[in-house]
Design a protein around this ligand. Structure first.
Ligand SMILES: Nc1ncnc2c1ncn2[C@@H]1O[C@H](COP(=O)(O)OP(=O)(O)O)[C@@H](O)[C@H]1O
Ligand SMILES: [Mg+2]
Length: 243
């Protein structure tokens, strides 16, 4: 079953065709890897799907509804959540508060003054436990390491309770023990029947985790298939090696 599809997506920046006629399907209960050389358009696809960049043309089908644009503020209603390649956390708030503001879905400033229910705190603490951040919960986010910030951002995405999770390079710069935590998160989401899209450069992670891999090159889809099939494709190998 396809929960999320794109049809002939196009997006240019000046003269650069960042996404140049991309049609894709992302299946429910599967992890789909989105790979390709730097600048091939992966993040732009995610930006389009999450409403951070408007389309030039094409459509997106979500839950059988065909849309010619997605607005970022509609994401919760559409059941889509994402993380960013460049981490976005509220640095001057505690780790726990960074999670609690998601649960109330209010503006960060008003949410800070809101009283949270014990149920919210319990949910946030469960996520911190899962991500190995419990001991840091009262620390300001500014004091976290790069990897811990990435984990916090993933934690926030998990609290959104979406149908579709878009992860833009969640593994980049993580220590091995953190890699394991993120892999557990991905597997749990799949087991829960979620649609997971994962941008990742490490092919052993892609092979171990993905049901389907989409390879992009220069704004176009170069190959789609199982990891074993796609990653042994000559065209894919030469796109990566730049031959
Ligand atoms: N906001 C933007 N303004 C101008 N050019 C952009 C913007 N976002 C992406 N690009 C360009 O679009 C192309 C694809 O970028 P991106 O989607 O970030 O690739 P990837 O994530 O695969 O590395 C690149 O040439 C990049 O420089
Ligand atoms: Mg990118």
């Amino acid at each position: 079953m396809h929960l999320l599809e794109t049809h002939n997506l196009k997006k240019s920046f000046g003269g650069v065709h960042a996404v140049d006629g991309v049609s894709l399907s992302f299946e429910k209960g599967k992890i789909t890897g989105l790979v390709g050389p730097n600048g091939s358009g992966k993040t732009t696809v995610m930006n389009i799907l999450s409403g951070f960049v408007p389309l030039d043309s094409g459509t997106i089908t979500i839950l059988d509804e065909e849309l010619s644009h997605v607005y970022s503020w509609d994401m919760p209603e559409l059941g889509i959540t994402r993380t960013f390649q460049n981490i976005r956390v509220f640095e001057q708030m505690t780790i726990l508060d960074n999670l609690l503001i998601v649960l109330t879905r209010r503006h960060p400033v008003t949410a800070m003054f809101e009283r949270h229910t014990q149920a919210h705190v319990t949910q946030a603490e469960e996520i911190l436990e899962k991500l190995g951040l419990s001991h840091q919960k009262n620390n300001l986010a500014v004091n976290l390491s790069y990897g811990q910030r990435k984990l916090l951002e993933i934690g926030r995405a998990l609290l959104m309770k979406s149908d579709v999770y878009l992860f833009d390079e969640p593994y980049a710069g993580l220590f091995p023990e953190m890699v394991k935590l993120v892999t557990n998160v991905m597997q749990e989401l799949r087991a829960a029947g979620k649609t997971v899209v994962l941008i990742e450069h490490n092919m052993s992670i892609i092979r171990a985790l993905c049901d389907t891999v989409i390879v992009m090159d220069a704004g176009k889809v170069l190959a789609v298939g199982t990891p074993d099939h796609v990653l042994s494709d000559r065209e894919v190998i030469s796109a990566y090696l730049g031959e």
